[in-house]
Design a protein around this ligand. Structure first.
Ligand SMILES: [Ca+2]
Ligand SMILES: [Ca+2]
Length: 82
């Protein structure tokens, strides 16, 4: 990155999502499985409430295929950021 150059907002967001996605996607297969998601949410929030992580997962998983794609993560983060 060029010093002093401020990328547009969308770039920041995209980079943020990419980093976040890589953290979630432990096995690097390009999708976040329910297991990967629940594991990370629980370790981040120190919370093991029944249904808690599943509810968040459902919100992310827009097409309900039990996996969170990069696009789905972007969509939700854009929504939350607005
Ligand atoms: Ca994965
Ligand atoms: Ca999905």
């Amino acid at each position: 990155m060029i010093l002093g150059y401020t990328p547009p907002m969308t770039m920041n967001l995209e980079e943020m999502v990419n980093e976040l996605f890589d953290v979630f996607d432990e096995d690097g297969d390009g999708v976040i499985s329910r297991r990967e998601f629940v594991g990370l949410v629980e370790s981040l929030l120190h919370k093991r409430e029944m249904g808690f992580s599943s509810n968040i997962f459902k919100q992310f998983d827009a097409n309900q295929d039990n996996r969170i794609s990069r696009d789905e993560l972007v969509d939700l983060i854009v929504e939350l950021a607005l």
